[in-house]
Design a protein around this ligand. Sequence first.
Ligand code: B12
Length: 223
Amino acid sequence: MVLPNTIDSLLPARQIAKVMQEIRTLNNDGSRSPHVTFVRGPIVCTERSLNNPAVPSISLAYLTAYLQKADVSVDWVDAVGEGLDEYWPIREFPDYMAMGLTIDEIVARIPEKTDMVAVNAMFSGEWPLTRIMIEAIRSRFPSMIIIAGGEHITALTEFSLRDCPALDICVHGEGEHILADLVEALFKGTPLDKVVGIARLDDEGRYLENGGLSRNRDIDQIP
Ligand code: B12
């Protein structure tokens, strides 16, 4: 099977084999849906403060409902919701602690069948730990596609990509349509450069952005 030129030229080499394998799987039995695992990392706070532990992630609920409507299967690793009473010191940042699952627990809970890990990065104050988490996910899954979205990513897109080479693609702004388009492009072979709202670095380290911020105007489309 010949990989479409667009994907070949747009994706870093380590992912091409994985994408080819997925496209082949879809072509052969026609029945398998792509599998996306959303990951929400731990809350970060100073050692002597307390935070709101039990806040459900509304963004991931929206994105999940939208992807499921598009026949994409979805799992979550919600470090906050699944690790409500866990508090641990962050070795790399001595005055800070984390609330929720540890990085090792998060990585271990990502199902083997995952095609794409989609990370929620809402708060810039959590980014240094989110980056460590993404690097740990990359160590376990060297050829997995890892993307991220959320307010932090939208505000500091290029910085996030450069600060965390383990991250492949950033999604700008409201993610419902963009994520569905991205999954379709990656797994059905349509060109990535048609997916408006994503950003990435090419193999030479140049920052590429497809369009600016898109806003959902037709909110009845969101399940
Ligand atoms: C509700 C809210 C809270 C709630 C709940 C947050 C939660 N954990 O869910 C509470 C009150 C707890 C809160 C606390 C704080 N908040 Co607050 N909060 C908001 C607020 C008002 C709305 C967020 C929201 O739910 N939006 C609705 C959902 C559906 O949209 P969304 O989260 O943006 O998600 C969409 C996209 O971002 C994208 N997306 C999101 N994740 C992903 C992942 C992937 C893979 C993809 C593809 C796309 C994607 O798609 C989603 C659907 O369209 C925003 C401001 C705003 N208007 O966005 C501030 C905001 C996020 N908060 C902010 C801040 C600073 C804080 C605090 C640090 C304040 C403080 N000093 O204590 C704390 C941090 C608490 C913590 N660490 O948990 C800042 C973050 C800025 C930054 N760059 O860090 C914001 C942007 C406000 C601002 N303009 O300053 N917050």
